[in-house]
Design a protein around this ligand. Structure first.
Ligand code: UFG
Length: 351
């Protein structure tokens, strides 16, 4: 019997790539999404890539407990991967209530349902943002989290803590009072970029992109006039910020490894945290020039003032994930940038 994974926010950028890899690894997938920040493009792409027309799709809002409860009742869920959340840092500063309500309530509902329905493991999609401006690099999972600088970042920290506390509180449950133990993993992503090699799924930002790579590809295709590189006076070799850019398919495969660890009972502790990155710092300038070189395009860019809230540098120590999950990032940054460009051209009908 195949194990069944609920992917909340499964029609989005990361969720769609994860769904593809889960299906490839032999899991059944149920996709739930309220479509607040995406359309059906990626879900249709997932069906095409996997050749599976029958993937269940549930248009629900995880903030509504009755809907979440119905999904858990209808499908026997072995694990849930929770992506459904808002993710724009700047917007979260302007609209904190919206972020706290959506990101925390939806996850509370998932945690409640996971315990009530029994035997369900929870994988939470966290972020390197929890480390803030870390003093020592690369960061390990034991690097202290710093106070969040945005409501978005705070929801990631709070959600990790909610998962930790629910796992601890439910560990002694045996189902007698209708509650079961919940086990959990938080994956802290660094900077996910790129697209599926088929170019059928990828990042689909609404409006002006906040993140670097979609801004690069949209500039290259002519949708945006000029890329601003935020800051070239940082204390780094070329003066631009350093990040750990992780290929989206590699990132998706880390989820498969983490889900397998949970459902096969291989966890070392009931709540675990893993950094998901490459372990390699790349500067904004290096990324821009690598994009130009690998894709043979000239990018219109300029240096602009620093963006408020940016940390100078962050990259991952990935040894724990490499060892415990038996997973390692494989794609080169060049391959990833080529896939991002292929996706943008696919969207423009030029592929
Ligand atoms: N950048 C530019 N120009 C742009 C966009 C970004 O120069 O138009 C630079 C940023 O200043 C930064 C780097 O590119 O130095 C990466 O920026 P992104 O916005 O792509 O990514 P961040 O590292 O800021 O953000 C990521 C995640 C967020 C998360 C944040 C904090 O996308 O969800 O890390 O850890 F909150």
């Amino acid at each position: 019997m195949k194990k069944k994974v609920l992917v909340s926010g499964g029609a989005g950028y990361i969720g769609s790539h994860v769904s593809v890899e889960l299906i490839a690894a032999g899991y059944d997938v149920v996709v739930a999404d309220n479509m607040s920040n995406c359309d059906m493009t990626c879900f249709e792409g997932v069906k095409k890539i996997t050749g599976r027309e029958d993937i269940p799709f549930e248009k629900i809002d995880c903030c509504d407990y009755a809907s979440v409860d119905r999904i858990f009742s209808e499908y026997k869920i072995d694990a849930v991967i929770h992506f459904a959340a808002f993710k724009a840092v700047g917007e979260s500063v302007a609209e904190p209530v919206k972020y706290y309500r959506n990101n925390l309530l939806s996850f509370l509902n998932i945690l409640e349902a996971a315990s009530v329905h029994g035997g369900c493991n929870v994988l939470f999609s966290s972020s390197a943002t929890v480390y803030g401006d870390a003093e020592h690099l690369p960061v390990t999972e034991n690097t202290p989290r710093l106070p969040a600088t945005s409501p978005y970042g705070n929801t990631k920290q709070m959600s990790e803590d909610m998962l930790r506390d629910v796992v601890a509180a439910t560990s002694s449950y045996d189902g007698k009072d209708g509650r079961w133990p919940v086990k959990g993993i938080a994956l802290r992503y660094f900077n996910p970029i790129g697209a599926h090699p088929s170019a059928l799924i990828g990042e689909l930002p609404r409006g002006v992109p906040n993140n670097l790579v979609p801004f690069i590809t949209q500039t290259a295709i002519g949708k945006r006039e000029c890329l601003s590189i935020f800051g070239n006076d940082y204390p780094t070799e070329d003066g631009t910020c350093l990040r750990d850019y992780i290929d989206i398919v590699d990132l998706a495969k880390a989820h498969v490894a983490a889900v397998s660890r949970m459902v096969e009972g291989k966890m070392a502790k009931d709540y675990e945290i893993f950094n998901i990155g490459t372990g390699r710092p790349v500067s904004v300038y290096e990324l821009v020039t690598a994009f130009e070189k690998v894709n043979g395009v000239k990018l219109n860019y300029k240096f602009a003032p620093r963006r408020p809230g940016d940390v100078v540098a962050i990259w991952a120590d990935t040894s724990l994930a490499n060892r415990e999950l038996g997973w390692k990032a494989e794609r080169t940054v060049e391959e990833t940038l080529a896939s991002a460009w292929a996706w943008e051209r696919h969207l423009a009908g030029k592929l």
